[in-house]
Design a binder for this molecule. Structure first.
Ligand SMILES: NC(=O)c1ccc[n+]([C@@H]2O[C@H](COP(=O)([O-])OP(=O)(O)OC[C@H]3O[C@@H](n4cnc5c(N)ncnc54)[C@H](O)[C@@H]3O)[C@@H](O)[C@H]2O)c1
Length: 308
């Protein structure tokens, strides 16, 4: 630990959150942490396989029982976030049980592996349905309640969006989620709502491990646990957190902001093939990058380059 000690003073008393995919893994860890700090939580999960098939509500019931047995406040919701009425039912569970909604952690996810040669549009669509359209639908259903509470949303990306050869459909969907976060944050800003993303890492079912490791022992297992990755997502939905439109890695004892940046580049009013070919080291140089913020800032910088 560095900087600030963990004294358990960051609280969520009186606040209400939705966590999707909360039956196990990261979602269950987010719900446990929020509830342990005073929040009331709607824990959603339809109990699908890792690839997205089947339905088993016993897992979400058990996860909720664990939270309530520890003295926390939580209710179960077994909706499929990709169904027509699922997102509304999740938000209704928050409003009917707790009377308000302060944040949504869009965590539910599935994963499939495939070779690029065998990748089908249907496989990409299946991933988009859960990660992009599902989380978007839950967020839309929650939007008016979040606007009222000046609440926040966390979406879940993956380091897979940086590129890997074996979970391509999943990676595409996760990259699209980042696109959604960037634009939705600009819509949210004037409303006092915040929209951010986590890029988590933990040994869960999705990482091919049977364990759903818990923290508390200080050993290697705890370092890899979902509990270790939970504080970042929880902080992003805390009322004192002010960031908007950003993404943070979280897991294995480390958190950090992920940025989109542009190198200093090569300028030439009369851009030519030869200019690019002959200066490709400058074109590629990222030693002095500019961190991108909004489309507006990007355009202003580019349009003012030649002082016109
Ligand atoms: N574990 C990691 O290292 C890692 C890395 C990067 C990103 N992620 C992302 O974090 C999130 C959680 O991952 P995890 O490792 O805890 O996975 P997990 O498989 O343990 O849990 C995911 C949960 O989402 C639920 N779910 C799936 N589809 C749903 C739907 N349509 N409606 C409602 N619930 C649904 C599943 O039933 C499951 O309980 C996912 O979005 C995943 O892509 C995880």
């Amino acid at each position: 630990m560095t900087a600030t000690e963990d004294t358990g003073t960051v609280r969520f008393d009186g606040k209400v959150y939705v966590v999707t995919g909360a039956a196990r893994g990261l979602g269950a860890a987010y719900a446990r942490l929020l509830a342990s700090r005073g929040a009331s939580v709607v824990m959603n999960d339809l109990g699908a396989s890792m690839e997205g098939s089947g339905r088993d509500l016993s897992a979400i019931r058990a996860a909720v029982d664990e939270v309530t047995a520890a003295g926390g406040i939580a209710v179960a919701n077994g909706a499929d976030i990709t169904s027509a009425d699922g997102p509304d039912s999740i938000v209704a569970a928050a409003l009917e049980n707790f009377g308000r909604l302060d944040g949504v952690i869009n965590n539910a996810g599935i994963i499939t592996t495939q070779d690029f040669a065998a990748l089908t549009p249907e496989e990409i669509q299946q991933q988009l349905n859960v990660h992009l359209f599902g989380s978007l639908a839950v967020t839309r259903a929650a939007w008016s309640a979040l606007t009222e509470s000046k609440g926040s949303v966390v979406f879940t990306t993956s380091a897979g969006m940086l590129g890997s050869s074996f979970t391509i459909a999943y990676n595409i969907a996760k990259a699209s989620v980042y696109g959604l976060v960037r634009s939705l944050a600009t819509v949210a800003e004037p409303l006092g709502v915040r929209v951010n993303a986590v890029m988590p890492g933990a040994e869960t079912r999705m990482q091919g491990t049977a364990v759903d490791g818990r923290s508390g022992t200080g050993d290697a297992q705890a370092l890899l646990s979902a509990d270790n990755a939970a504080p970042m997502a929880a902080w992003l939905v805390h009322p004192d957190c002010r960031v908007n439109g950003q993404m943070f890695t979280s897991g294995r004892g480390h958190v950090a902001r992920v940025i989109m940046a542009t190198g200093s580049g090569y300028s030439n009013r009369d851009m030519s093939l030869e200019g690019i070919a002959g200066n490709f080291d400058l074109v590629s140089d990222v030693s002095n990058p500019t961190i991108e913020t909004t489309l507006e800032d990007y355009r202003t910088r580019n349009f003012s380059r030649w002082g016109e």
